[in-house]
Design a protein around this ligand. Structure first.
Ligand code: SF4
Length: 323
């Protein structure tokens, strides 16, 4: 397997991510790989402005049964601590139940990323019951406790449907103390801004959701939007790209490097291709610099292997970081 990192070409005059790492005597290499992230495809019921994958209702790429079987066989050999199922909207993928049931015995923790409205629209009570039975942890995007902000980022009607689903998840025990059913939320800014402090945002979300709608959850994560895919197109068309990249560069925090998720995770795309992270999938940067299929991957990359980088990595290293 080639070990040289790939790098996105940068035409701007500012230093690239790789140059900043060099300048500060840093490098981005793998530690122990403990997490397998699986992107089940780009089909989604929403087409959010901030989506780094350009997922949406018209996308047809979803993981087929054969690729799922290759992923399961890989996970049987490696025994990951955490397996993280994402999309698109994984709820909309045929055979998603098969994938979850097969992976659950193979890892300590199984995560399922939901935008909540896909769960609502699919009306999949059976899927909710299965997740509960398997004690799958749910991670839901929920950008704001403000309806207008949520609508501008994710579309009209999304906010109300998210609240309905959160209440339903609470009724099923998710996000309730002592249930062992984790419900975590993810918030990201609605424009070309850095996220607010995770700690204070979590307090505010917990207070507002409990007071206004009697909803509880476990943890809130705040992330910067990735300058890739649909969000990059929006940055460019709205004239915000250069200023946003400058903000990310100016807030580069070397202390985030050790905790970056790409140091401990590999990501499998819907077609079985392996990446260092889901963002590199959007940037078409392959793990190890060349296209490899999960079926040919019998072990995680060794510690010390270089990670493919590009200027989108500035979004992971700005401020408190994206870990
Ligand atoms: S985008 Fe983030 S997680 Fe992916 S390689 Fe860059 S720093 Fe690592």
């Amino acid at each position: 397997m080639p070990l040289e990192p790939a790098c996105i070409e940068n035409t701007a005059t500012e230093l690239t991510f790789g140059e900043i790492l060099d300048q500060q005597g840093l490098n981005l290499k793998r530690g122990k790989t403990a997490t397998l992230q699986i992107n089940t495809g780009f089909l989604c019921n929403q087409a959010c402005r901030h989506c780094h994958l350009e997922a949406g209702p018209l996308r047809t790429e979803v993981m087929d049964r054969q690729t799922m079987e290759a992923v399961i066989s890989h996970a049987q050999k490696v025994k990951y601590e955490i397996i993280d199922i994402t999309g698109g909207a994984p709820e909309m993928v045929p055979d998603i139940d098969f994938l979850m049931e097969s992976l659950r015995p193979l890892c300590g923790k199984l995560l399922f990323r939901s935008n909540l409205t896909a769960l609502f629209e699919c009306d999949r009570n059976d899927l909710l019951e299965l997740m509960k039975k398997l004690k799958v942890s749910i991670i839901s995007s929920f950008p704001s406790t403000n309806e207008g902000q949520t609508a501008s980022q994710r579309g009209k009607g999304v906010f109300a449907n998210c609240l309905i689903m959160l209440k339903k998840l609470n009724r099923n025990g998710y996000g309730k103390e002592g249930s062992g059913l984790e419900l975590n939320l993810v918030a990201n800014p609605s424009g070309a801004f850095l996220p607010v402090s995770q700690c204070s945002a979590e307090k505010q979300f917990k207070r507002d959701l409990a007071r206004k709608w009697d909803i509880t959850f476990n943890n809130l994560y705040t992330f910067a939007n990735m300058p890739l895919g649909r969000f990059k197109s929006w940055l460019l068309s709205s004239g915000n790209y250069d200023q946003y990249m400058k903000k990310l560069r100016d807030n580069f925090n070397p202390e985030t490097i050790d905790g970056l998720m790409c140091r401990s995770l590999i990501s499998v795309g819907w077609d079985g291709t392996i990446y260092d992270c889901d963002f590199n999938q959007a940037a078409a940067l392959f793990l190890g610099g060349s296209k490899q299929h999960v079926a040919d991957f019998t072990a995680p990359p060794p510690e010390g292997t270089p990670i493919a980088i590009g200027d989108h990595c500035f979004a992971c290293t700005a401020g408190a970081g994206f870990t």
